[in-house]
Ligand binder design. Structure first.
Ligand code: SF4
Length: 752
């Protein structure tokens, strides 16, 4: 038996989840504080969970948090403190050798830090000193496009809106965003096809669906409260069809910690009615096969197609041309499997299709996401109760940040609105995505980056190129709650600015403030921290952005930065003025418990596309010559990245991945036994991986351990971000810029 590997056979959730919550609170020495904070999570007058973007049910119970939400809260309310003395006790070179977990586990940052190149250490600084120096450094740039304004999806609507106002006032649309690394194909693909780059369903729709299709997501780990919704659907007999290369425990069986019967009898509910283990990157073939069958059987909603769509004939011709040999080889599924799934689709009255980053992080992902919508459109399964498309977003406000203007390609309407409200000339040239920002840093055309949260360097692919690119900058500014590796990639001048977390009380000008966030289903609601801040020197993100802007522009005739940083109602008034159709009566409506839903025209079959209809769009590969990432080489395997159950994006809470049976380690690669045997490798052997098409840059992962897993042949899986060094920056969806973290072509050998 390989060290630290043991099959997990319990249902997901259950007692193990409760034990894990207790363990997370104990690890961070925060049982009392963190435990009390959890009671305020996702409550109408409490704080929004800093975890994922799954919506809150209308009737909030006092336990509206999941295991991972609890871990996120424990991580934030930790009693560990990364004071200037604690951080400054080590050189940056020394900190660089620490693990990502150990860096964050130093605890909450307590005061602004300035990097001192002479000693290679961070030192205490004052807020005045920091903002004044940052303002001066920005003014010294030769042109505004030399700065990147990076935002993470943790930022509230208020912080994000001020940040984009800051960037545009400075004169650039350089807004690389964490969305560029996750759901950007949704924003691009769905917007082109339906007029709105967001999901169409609400939480209530799940009560009416009789079929749920699940592609490329693992809700037990990444949005765990969705499990309650799936369990309810399974219990009332809805068909749940899962398409995923690996068997994820929560999609098989789940025990609700809030169900006394399941807890006392140690039983659970079966979730998936069918589990199809397709090949990594095989979704396009599955979707093509399903659509081909439905069209051949004439299992179509002709009335809907005629009244609401364009492009059906082109799609029908496209899928008719696909042959079954290709569909079966590329998907790894037999035609009989797809016939069975098509039968269930055909019988269903209302279908919801859910998908996660297993779909969005591929080459050509914007077009791939459109195939999901095509599948729904064939049966008219969009824009009516119980039916629609449901992208599962990761970070809690990643969708909201986009809504309030964080975009590198602003529409003319957004720029006109900003100009009308603020009166300053808007930059019109498109800015950079994350990948483009890294390329510009490498070329030297970008010289500064301000990061509103996140762990840019670790989240991005290709550290061989990305890390040195950041080190070349003249100015790096990171707004953060904890120290992470990106902060150690110091520019010539480098600042780390500590901010309040979601759980903490935010007082400005003597008044308690709330911020607002938008979940995956377009619900906007207030979030108000209830705990005392980790340090008296912490400042809120809106305050920090406003002070940096003030230091950059001085007295500004167009934006009253000081008052915006001091009263978030004023920020919301401006958001309402810039986006009147979406945020009417913003301040009133967020004071209603539960908040309000932004307009979702697609849920009412209103298509804001140029044709006024939803568009069937056939699959188009970014590069037809190499649509298959293995490029036809049988020695090449496709590696997908995973998050463990003790992880949230780049934050590693611990080294266990309970549901996959991994304990105390992350240096593993899951593989089919035959793929290992074909290379003379046994379970537990040390292996090396290398990027298959490296373009002359060596990208390897050495000394990992092979673990046999039930997965299709030709596929591998390893943890993100450890596997990121295998992915070339150029391997990305051309239209959205999203890196292909879910289909990396690699070669595997036994380690020497
Ligand atoms: S499902 Fe997501 S938002 Fe909800 S408690 Fe869990 S991590 Fe937080």
């Amino acid at each position: 038996m390989t060290k630290g590997i043991k099959d997990y056979t319990h249902p997901a959730g259950g007692w193990d989840a409760l034990k894990a919550v207790a363990g997370a609170l104990t690890d961070q020495d925060t049982v009392a504080k963190g435990g009390r904070a959890l009671l305020d999570a996702n409550q109408p007058d409490g704080f929004d969970c800093p975890g994922c973007a799954w919506p809150d049910p209308k009737h909030t119970s006092s336990f509206e948090f999941c295991e991972n939400g609890a871990k996120a809260v424990a991580w934030e309310t930790t009693s560990h403190r990364a004071t200037p003395e604690v951080v400054g006790a080590h050189t940056v070179a020394e900190l660089w050798t620490w693990s990502d977990h150990d860096l964050e586990n130093l605890g909450r940052l307590t005061e602004p830090l300035r990097y001192d190149p002479a000693t290679d250490r961070f030192q205490r600084a004052s807020w005045d000193e920091a903002t004044t120096a940052i303002g001066a450094a920005l003014r010294a740039l030769e042109n505004p496009n030399q700065c990147e304004f990076y935002a993470s999806g943790r930022a509230s609507n208020e912080a994000a809106f001020l940040f984009q106002t800051f960037g545009r006032r400075f004169g650039t649309n350089n807004f690389p965003d964490c969305s560029n690394m996750c759901h950007e194909p949704t924003s691009v693909g769905l917007a082109e096809q339906l007029g709105l780059g967001k999901g169409s369903v609400s939480l209530e729709d799940f009560d009416h669906a009789d079929c749920i299709l699940s592609f490329g997501h693992n809700p037990g780990t990444n949005h765990p409260r969705m499990m309650t919704t799936l369990r309810d659907a399974a219990r009332r007999g809805a068909a749940i069809l899962v398409f995923n290369p690996m068997r994820e425990r929560a999609l098989e069986k789940f025990a609700s910690p809030q169900d006394p019967v399941e807890m006392l009898t140690l039983t659970g509910t079966d979730i998936a009615s069918r589990y199809y283990q397709l090949k990594v990157g095989g979704d396009v073939a599955v979707l093509t096969g399903l659509m081909k069958l439905l069209i051949e059987r004439d299992a179509l909603d002709h009335d809907f197609i005629a009244r609401h769509t364009t492009g059906f004939e082109a799609l029908a011709a496209h899928v008719a041309a696909a042959d079954w040999a290709w569909i079966e080889a590329r998907s790894g599924l037999a035609r009989a499997d797809l016939e069975e799934a098509a039968d269930i689709y055909q019988r269903s009255k209302a279908i919801i299709l859910c998908y996660g980053m297993g779909l969005t992080q591929h080459r050509s992902a914007s077009s791939l996401v459109q195939q999901l919508v095509n599948l729904l459109l064939l049966g008219g399964h969009i824009g009516r109760p119980g039916a629609g498309i449901c992208p599962l977003r990761g970070h809690s406000n990643v969708q909201g940040d986009r809504t309030v203007g964080i975009t590198e390609k602003p529409s003319p309407a957004l720029l006109a609105s900003m100009q009308r409200v603020f009166g300053f000339a808007q930059p019109t040239a498109h800015g950079h995505t994350v990948a483009e920002a890294i390329e510009a840093m490498r070329e030297g055309t970008v010289k500064a980056m301000i990061a509103l949260g996140g762990n840019f360097a670790v989240a991005a692919p290709d550290p061989t190129l990305t890390y040195p690119a950041l080190k070349k900058l003249d100015l790096t500014v990171n707004i953060a709650t904890k120290l992470n590796r990106t902060h150690l990639l110091t520019g010539k001048q480098a600042w780390v600015l500590p901010c309040l977390g979601r759980t903490e009380i935010d007082v400005q000008s003597g008044e308690r403030q709330s911020v607002t966030v938008e979940d995956s289903m377009s619900m906007v609601h207030a979030s108000r921290g209830m705990r005392q801040p980790a340090s008296e020197h912490l400042r809120s993100e809106p305050w920090i952005v406003a002070r940096m802007a003030l230091a950059t522009f001085g007295e500004d005739p167009h934006v009253d930065w000081l008052s915006l940083g001091a009263d978030y109602d004023r920020v919301r008034e401006l958001i309402e003025q810039v986006f009147p159709d979406q945020f009417g009566n913003y301040n009133d409506r967020i004071r209603t418990p539960g908040g309000f839903r932004l307009p979702v025209p697609t849920s009412e079959r209103v298509w804001t596309t140029p044709s006024g209809k939803a568009a069937f769009l056939p699959y188009v590969a970014d590069d037809a010559a190499v649509d298959d990432p293995t490029r036809g080489d049988p020695e090449v395997l496709l590696l997908t990245t995973l998050r463990s159950h003790d992880q949230y994006n780049t934050t590693i809470y611990g080294l266990n991945d309970r549901y996959r049976g991994v304990k105390g380690r992350r240096d593993v690669v899951f593989a089919h036994a035959d793929d290992l045997a074909a290379r003379g490798i046994s379970d537990g052997d040390r292996i090396d991986l290398a990027c298959a098409f490296d373009g002359g840059v060596e990208r390897t992962l050495k000394g990992f351990t092979a673990v046999v897993k039930d997965m299709p042949r030709g596929c591998l899986a390893a943890y993100y971000p450890e596997a990121n060094p295998l992915l070339a920056l150029s391997e990305r969806d051309r239209r959205s810029g999203t890196p292909a973290y879910k289909s990396m072509p690699v070669r595997m050998t036994k380690a020497r």
